[in-house]
Each structure stands twice: as structure tokens, then as C-alpha cells.
Write a protein that binds this ligand. Sequence first.
Ligand SMILES: Cc1ncc(COP(=O)(O)O)c(C=O)c1O
Length: 466
Amino acid sequence: MGLLPLLTRDRGRSLHLPAHGRGVALPSELRAMLRHRAGLWDLPELPEIGGPLIQQGAVAESQRKAAVDIGAERAWYGVNGATGLLQAALLAIARPGQAVLMPRNVHRSLIQACVLGELTPVLFDLPFMVDRGHVFPPNHSWLQEVLNELPINGVEIAAAVLVHPTYQGYATDLKPMVAELHRRGWPVLVDEAHGAHFASRVDADLPDSAITAGADLIVHSLHKSAAGLAQTAVLWLQGSRVDPIAIERSLGWLQTTSPSALLLASCEASLNEWRKPAGLRKLRVRLDEARKLACRLRDLGLPLLENQDPLRLILHTAVVGISGLDADVWLMGRRMVAELPEPGCLTFCIGLAPQRGLARLMHRCWHGLLAAHGKDTSLPAFAKPPLPRIAVPAMPCGVAWRAQSREVPIGDAVGRIATELICPYPPGIPLLVPGERLDQRRAEWLLEQQHFWPDQIAVTVKVLAF
Ligand SMILES: Cc1ncc(COP(=O)(O)O)c(C=O)c1O
């Protein structure tokens, strides 16, 4: 049949990303542009238009204005997702051989950047909720305990990364943590892919953005948490700890030489939304509706977990003995498409489009799901990953990833060094990174994960051949 007819097919209720809800919440100025002859707008970096790394032209002007309006020094639009901008940002703040402190729930793009840039990830563990199998972001005292254990293995840290909020919408108070990391002299990169709307400051109940918290570099995904097209993102630079020239060198190395004018226009239009009273009003309405929806669903008996982002609804399927992956398949068959299936939960992205009649629909689907798969008992507690509070891979990630490897059953990999990333997507959080040595408990835990994510985790793992 080919791809094209699939893209326009009616799929029922879209509770997934991009957050524009299959075009319904796209900014009106972008919709107006798309009404012109198809492809008319697909232009190269003409002098008048420019691109993210060109100092003249409309893109440069747009980035300058966006930075001023949000209170940052600089902004760069990205057309290769948060992935491309996170990688460029990381490579700009640490040189080959240097180490970067990062939480265990970093997106795989940052581990890949460590491989590319010959950086050492110093990975710190996170609070883990056994009832749902989720990690929480750290708070200040958690981070303080991590920092008290440094240095580890004599490794000197050059920079730090934080992830805020998590995919499921758990957020934290970043400000004291950023200040603590700055006291150590480290620039702080925050992966705020899921929290662009926090920076709108539209609502006092939304968590503070990494921008307000004073992070040096912040990446927002404009398709996950604003009304941008897929792949759009923005990188903000604040203060003077990071040299903008280092960022541009790094972007120039990693970004395409043919950025899509459509995607750049979408970056501008989605950021413009929250600089206008009408756009802010719309966002406020969506947040209010989402909060009311969650209350209503809880009143109706749906087990929704508490989080800090009203636009993410976490259905705790484990309490009725159902895996989030099974729930997802069942709901998709009933034309309700969620975003993030995990062993204990199914997360829906409410997004920025109005969701009329959703409470009724979810209530009905929930009862159908219960009748089809529900059990009297909840799933057993999820095992916390058996990880030290802080870990440095036994071998540099890049060296391990490039080394000759062989594939062995996970059970036979005990004592060996992994050469690959094991990483179910979504959420894209690595369970094992190249260069880590497997011990018995970790191997057993990975085998258990294989049982939960059978399509995504193999029963084998690639390890150093020698
Ligand atoms: C926390 C986080 N950061 C970064 C990314 C990468 O974003 P993108 O898919 O836009 O490249 C993801 C994707 O899921 C993510 O969850």
C-alpha cells in the first residue's frame, strides 16, 4: 500500500505525540502557510531566509527574537529533534576524555553523544517506584548525596546533565540543583524535551522551567511539548558559562546542511504561540481541561498516577494485573492510541488539541479493558534496577562500542563488558550502556526486563569479543 495513504488515515483518538493532535492544534500562521500550493514553501537557505547557523536572514532574526523574549542569550532551532540539539550541546560542553555527570534516565541520544565525543558518562541512580516501575527525577538532597560520593574512580567531571520533566510528566524543583552544580563550576544542560510549555509561565501550578532555574543550556522538543511538527526543537543558551561559538561549531558538525524551511517555520510558529495572548489563553484552557479530565477520571475509578504535567495522564494498569503493553494493544484495537506503553503503566499525551468527550470514552474503554484482561490482583512489584548510586562504565563507551564484539545469551555475559546500548523505545532510557560490565544481579534484572519488553530486548547481548 505504501506510506502515503497511511498518513492520512483516520485512527480514532490520538493521545500520542506530536502534541498538535494530528494538526488540530498547529499554529494558525503555519496552517495558513500550508494552504499555499504544496511544496511552494520548501526552500533552501536563500540569503533572505538563512538557517540556524547563518548570522543573517529571517531564521537568524527569528532565533534572536525568540531568545530575547524568553530571556536567554541565544537560541538555535533544530530540525533533527531534541536528539540533534542534545548531542550538539553535550559535545560543546565536554572535550574528548572528559566526564559528564548524568542521571540514569538520560535519553539514549546523550549516551550516543558520549560515544561520538569520547566522553565518559558518570551515571547516577534515581529514586525508583516499585509499584509502577518508574524513576522519579532527583531532588536537591538526592543530588547532594550523589555529589558527596564524588570523585569516583578519580574521574574529573566537566559538566552535568539533568532530565526534566520525565516522559511521564514527573517534575522537580531544579533551581537548587542547578545552583549546586554551578557551585562545582560545571555548566548544566537540561533535557527539557517534555517541558517546553513550562517555559510559557502561563500557569502558577506548572513546574518552573529549566530556563527559570538558571540552567546554561536547555533543549525543548517543540513537537513533544509545544505545537511544532515532528523533529522540531530549540536549544537555549543562558549566561556566560558556555561559549556560543563552541555550540555553533558543534551544531555545524552534527546538523544537516539542508535544514527544512518548513520545520524552521514550524519552530518559529510554535514558539510564537506562547508570546501572544490568544495562544497563552488557549494553553491555559488546555491545562484546565486536562486537570478537570484527570479529576473526573479518578472520580470514575480509573487508577491515574499523580504527576506534575497535566498534559500527561498515567494509567496505572499494574493495579489490575495488566501490563501497559497489553493495554496499549487492546486500546489500539478500539481506536484509542496512547503514547507510552510500559510494563506497569500506559501514558497518554493529551496534547494541545481539544479532547471533547474523552472522559466518557476513557471510562468506557477502561471497563472494556478490565472485562477483557483485568485481574483481582495487581502485578508484582517491579524490581529496582540493581545499580550503584554512581557508576562509571568499566571501559570508555566509545571504545567499547567500536570494539570487536560477539553476541552471547545475557546469562553468559556475567563479568563481560557490553558493547551495545540496550534501550526500549519509548521511553528511550538505556538499561545498559556500552562499556558497562555486567554482574550477576544486573544480568538477572535484564533477563527479567526481557520478559516485560519481549519485542524490544533480545535474550542476547553483544559483549567484547576478547
Ligand atoms: C527525555 C527525552 N529527551 C530527548 C528525546 C529525543 O527527542 P526527539 O525524538 O525529538 O529527538 C526524547 C524522545 O523520546 C525524550 O524522551
